[in-house]
Design a protein around this ligand. Structure first.
Ligand code: SAM
Length: 277
């Protein structure tokens, strides 16, 4: 159970002043906590990895459901409060580490990932999780609505970009709920959205080199109002030689005057293959 009084009290007795720079907005609405935990659907056989445990609003509930919980928390100051909140459980391990350095392949063959993310690094975290897709069965995360909209955007829609393409490549995304800033302590200055992403057994795009694919997509989308031909010339493919670029685009079965933001994932993957150096 978590509410504003419990949160304030835990912060007070542990001498914690939430740190804006670490994205510390702690959840104080039990209903939102339950919505997130329910959508994780953790059972006794599951290993759940939580990103950014804070003072344990989600961790406490997750320990009750999961076989094992691994929490990754960067801020040493919150650890005593977190440990005291979890004192009735013995199925958890807290790792004091930057999530952007965490090795998600080391936690088990298929983990469930959950987190009320530190918003200042949402995009970096999502990219990192997608690179570990083989080891993850699903991801339930709260992030600022603005970024969540990018994750769910379809080709041609506002916000469509690398995030949308990665999410579509690796998973099936669903909006769980929208959360107002007043549900946090201190209140969050932005609207938030909880997403559930079921990771596919096999990524959708057929590609020989995932890293190259996403580098290429980033380049192709950089000048999103330009044609593919102009974007790729500006990005320096084939030394910026438009004739060669045009030929390569046609070879991939794509129209050179198309804009990258309108292309499907597989079209982008086909293009990436012919632009491989
Ligand atoms: N899960 C708690 C909750 O819902 O109340 C806290 C969520 S708070 C939005 C984000 C948490 O991520 C904070 O506890 C913060 O210290 C932690 N954090 C920030 N940067 C981090 C990083 N690079 N690696 C791991 N944890 C981080």
């Amino acid at each position: 159970m978590m509410n504003k009084n419990i949160c304030l009290n835990l912060c007070k007795v542990s001498g914690i002043h939430p740190d804006k720079n670490l994205g510390q907005n702690f959840l104080i609405n039990q209903q939102v906590i339950e919505d997130i935990v329910d959508s994780v659907e953790a059972g006794p056989e599951d290993t759940v990895v939580e990103i950014g445990c804070g003072i344990g609003a989600l961790t406490y509930e997750l320990c009750a459901e999961a076989g094992q919980l691994i929490g990754i928390e960067l801020d040493k100051r919150v650890l005593p409060a977190l440990e005291s909140r979890l004192s009735e459980y013995n199925n958890y391990k807290i790792i004091n580490q930057d999530v952007l350095e965490a090795d998600f392949s080391s936690f088990g063959p298929k983990i469930k990932v959950v987190g009320n993310l530190p918003y200042y690094i949402t995009t970096e975290i999502m990219k990192r999780l997608f690179t570990y897709h083989e080891y993850i069965s699903d991801i339930t995360v709260m992030m600022q609505t603005e970024v969540a909209n990018k994750v769910v955007a379809k080709p041609g829609q506002d916000g469509y970009g690398l995030m949308s393409i990665m999410a579509a490549n690796y998973g099936e995304v669903e909006v769980v709920t929208n959360v107002d800033g007043s549900n946090f302590f201190p209140p969050a200055p932005v609207q938030s959205t909880v997403l559930h992403i079921r990771i596919l057994d096999k990524p959708r795009a057929v590609t020989s080199d995932e890293q190259h694919l996403f580098r290429f997509i980033k380049d192709a989308l950089l000048l999103r109002r330009k044609t593919l031909l102009n974007s790729l010339a500006a990005a320096g493919y084939f030394g910026g030689d438009k004739a060669q670029i045009q030929e390569a685009i046609v070879k991939a079965g794509v129209e050179p005057s198309a804009r990258a933001e309108k292309l499907t994932l597989q079209q982008l993957a086909d293009l990436a293959e012919v632009f491989k150096k």
